[in-house]
Design a protein around this ligand. Structure first.
Ligand SMILES: [Fe+2]
Length: 462
């Protein structure tokens, strides 16, 4: 029996294997590039170490590639002969891996919560739970579970800052912005390289429309993040949103080319970040050239994966925006077949929310704005259930708004924009659009008021 740096037991006689597991978890929490190598090292020292095998399985699943599922199954087969000797915590990790591999994300989250009630310092279980509650759109659960372990942590426990950063993010997604910012800044002070904590504060700034501060907050050079894994592209994505909010469209596009695309290789194209940024830049009126082509071609290879509804939504957008309407239709058919065969959260959210959303986006990209608006309108409040952050899902709100603006449904556009200017009221563009719709509906005074608000937003440089 060995122990990790937070005092949790690991079933192995090899101190070197335990140390390598510690380094793997540390690299994973740091968004480093060496986590996989450390697990390989652990398994060289002790090929029967259940926790190391389980973490290898987790790492495969984190890549969200259906083609890797056989390797997860093989890992589970390798674990079987050694499972009886493993601790209860390790056995629960294996159950979580089994559930996740079977597509039962809620089941995996339940197992991680079980672990955390008994071992609140299990940083790996906490981070995995945090990530997958994020991808299932359950902000309150994410907040509750981080809060439930905080009593077991303080600044004397290694990597306390990671928990502070997670709590900051969970608070932000629950709308507790002041508290979130405080926890997030404390985490960054503790560890200036903590990408997740930096990101948590960026979310607060995004949600509060503090784009000038946001540009300064994310003023990092590529060299500073040279040893970070592709998650850094998502943080650059946030930097681009701040630039867009400042009207710096060309700089946002340059960031797309130089930071987002260069981070991701041809093998790994991050469709969610790239499609979400391209669409926003397009909606800002900027010509984005033929940049959809690469994203659509990459998405075409993933139309039968269905590893996460959030990914499918962005594959669908990239396919339609890239003009691959036949493939977008095949993708929707594949989602329908997947939802019909499956059970549980993934199948349900695919059937009820994801498919209408994708149908709407395909209609929107094809220029059928009335059809798109009719598809979006009844499900617009439920998009949260496909996961992602408020900031990420705002793209869908923008598309829905744009569809309504171009449709004959002016009252719908008025309603959506009224909501938008109040929730993200500092955006000049929203006030201008709101003014135009009110004018088209004959509300001259409302249109004039909205125009004044647009000018004020412009003067504030927000
Ligand atoms: Fe984010």
């Amino acid at each position: 029996m060995q122990f990790d740096s937070r005092g949790l037991a690991i079933t192995t006689s090899s101190a070197e294997a335990a140390s390598a597991i510690d380094r793997a978890v540390k690299a994973y929490m740091d968004y480093g590039t060496t986590a996989g190598a450390h697990i390989k090292d652990a398994l060289e020292k002790d090929p029967a170490c259940v926790l190391a095998l389980c973490i290898r399985g987790y790492f495969f699943l984190m890549l969200e590639n259906k083609a890797l599922l056989p390797r997860v199954k093989q890992t589970l087969d390798e674990i079987k002969p050694h499972l009886g000797a493993a601790s209860r915590r390790e056995q629960l990790h294996v159950k979580a891996l089994e559930a996740w591999a079977a597509g039962d994300i809620m089941g995996a989250c339940a197992r991680w919560e079980e672990i955390l009630t008994e071992a609140p310092r299990d940083l790996l279980a906490l981070k995995l739970h945090h990530t997958m509650t994020f991808y299932t759109g359950r902000s309150q659960v994410m907040r509750s579970v981080v809060a439930s372990v905080l009593g077991a942590w303080d600044d004397k426990v290694q990597d306390y800052g990671c928990v502070q950063g997670m709590y900051a993010y969970a608070l932000e997604e629950c709308g507790a912005y002041d508290e979130a910012e405080r926890w997030g800044r404390q985490a960054v002070e503790r560890n200036p390289g903590d990408l997740w904590a930096i990101h948590s504060v960026a979310h607060v700034l995004e949600m509060q429309g503090r784009s000038k501060e946001g540009v300064r907050w994310l003023d990092y050079t590529p060299e500073q993040w040279a040893k970070k894994n592709p998650f850094k592209a998502h943080v650059w994505w946030h930097a681009a949103l701040f630039l867009l909010a400042q009207g710096e469209n060309e700089r946002a596009l340059a960031l797309y080319d130089n930071a987002l695309c260069s981070v991701n290789s041809e093998q790994y194209i991050d469709v969610s970040n790239q499609a979400a940024l391209l669409k926003r830049i397009e909606l800002s009126g900027e010509d984005i050239g033929d940049r959809w082509k690469a994203l659509a071609e990459h998405s075409e290879k993933r139309i039968h994966d269905h590893m996460l509804p959030f990914r499918d939504a962005h594959f669908s957008l990239a396919l339609a925006a890239g003009g691959k309407f036949d493939t977008a239709r095949k993708h929707i058919d594949s989602m329908a077949a997947f939802a019909a065969e499956g059970m549980g959260w993934r199948a349900e959210s695919t059937r009820n929310i994801l498919i209408p959303l994708c149908e709407g986006m395909v209609a929107y990209e094809a220029g059928d704005y009335d059809k798109a608006t009719d598809l979006f309108w009844p499900m617009r409040h439920e998009i949260v259930s496909i996961g992602g952050s408020h900031a990420q899902r705002d793209l869908f709100a923008q598309i829905i708004c744009d569809a309504a603006l171009h449709s004959s449904r002016l009252p719908v556009a008025r309603s959506l924009l009224s909501e938008r200017v109040l929730s993200r009221g500092t955006r000049k563009k929203n006030w201008e659009e709101y003014s135009s719709v009110l004018a088209a509906l004959g509300d001259t005074k409302g249109a004039e008021d909205a125009r004044r608000q647009a000018a004020q937003a412009h003067e504030a440089g927000a």
